[in-house]
Design a protein around this ligand. Structure first.
Ligand SMILES: Cc1cc2nc3c(=O)[nH]c(=O)nc-3n(C[C@H](O)[C@H](O)[C@H](O)COP(=O)(O)OP(=O)(O)OC[C@H]3O[C@@H](n4cnc5c(N)ncnc54)[C@H](O)[C@@H]3O)c2cc1C
Length: 243
């Protein structure tokens, strides 16, 4: 039975919390009966009337809503979430929202570019389309972060990419290779909006066979829209996490 706090808000509960670092955590919250969403949509959760949007990493067929949250310095809600525990209650707006979805399944390639938590909608796409990919779409996921501990889904994505190389390619890159926190990093370096140009050439992606998605940091999105959209002519869909 769905517990309705008032006529606009549902109740949800933290069922699992995983701290990945001082600044990143994963949260699984209960999914009220009849709550539905499409891969790529976001939910709006709240505590004491402070509400924020969070993209959903789960596939719609999962039992809970999985969120990947970054602690924002001097933010209002994220520091509160940091102190919450399993069993604590949150509010949930009754409808998931957002048009950052895969509506056109006719492209061969989906170039999915993101920074840090911007990976979340792409995780949902991968989990869902792994079992629903009748059009043989290929996802090329490029994720940029400052620090290696910010790649909260690299293990899952690399595993799927290894098993289904025609379905997913995953390329994480860090922008601060000299920082002590990255001393164990052995992968790609450079900003994601820079390395994407070589990637496009190497994989021979073009405006007929590829659509571009950009999610996360607004400066990265502006640059991608400029370089790949305006200059080359790719169709670019975007989801900005802040202004
Ligand atoms: C559609 C959508 C989906 C989102 N999905 C996620 C998600 O999956 N994971 C996630 O962690 N956040 C996500 N966000 C951001 C989230 O809604 C909050 O803005 C964020 O958690 C900060 O909330 P706060 O109350 O702590 O800080 P606020 O008090 O709201 O913000 C403080 C300041 O920080 C800015 N800001 C917000 N987020 C960041 C950031 N990551 N880095 C730097 N500055 C920031 C705000 O614009 C503001 O200027 C999403 C936002 C949108 C619009």
């Amino acid at each position: 039975m769905v517990n309705q706090i008032n006529k606009n808000l549902l109740e949800s509960k933290i069922i699992r919390k995983l701290d990945l670092s001082d600044l990143m955590l994963k949260l699984w919250i209960s999914k009220p009966e009849n709550y539905s969403f499409k891969p790529g949509q976001y939910c709006t959760i709240g505590v004491n009337g402070i509400e924020r949007a969070y993209s959903i990493a789960s596939s719609p067929d999962e039992d809970s809503l999985e969120l990947f949250i970054e602690l924002v310095d001097h933010g209002e809600l994220s520091p509160i979430i940091w102190k919450m525990n399993v069993g604590d209650k949150l509010t949930l707006r009754p409808k998931a929202k957002g048009i950052f979805q895969i509506k056109d399944t006719n492209y061969d390639n989906y170039l999915l570019i993101c920074t840090v938590t911007g990976i979340v909608p792409y995780v949902s796409y991968v989990r869902y389309f792994l079992n629903n990919n009748s059009h043989n779409m290929k996802f090329h996921i490029l994720q940029g972060s400052s620090y290696m501990e910010e790649f909260g889904y690299s293990e899952e994505l690399l595993t799927i990419a290894k098993e289904y190389p025609d379905f997913v390619t995953y390329l994480p890159t860090i922008s601060r290779p000299q920082d002590a926190r990255n001393e164990k990093w052995q992968g790609m370096t450079g900003r994601v909006n820079i390395i994407v140009e070589d990637y496009i050439n190497e994989k021979q992606l073009n405006i007929e066979n590829t659509i571009v998605y950009a999610c996360g940091n607004p400066d990265m999105i502006i640059d991608i829209k400029d370089k790949l959209g305006q200059n080359i002519g790719f169709k670019v869909l975007e989801e900005r996490f802040w202004k």
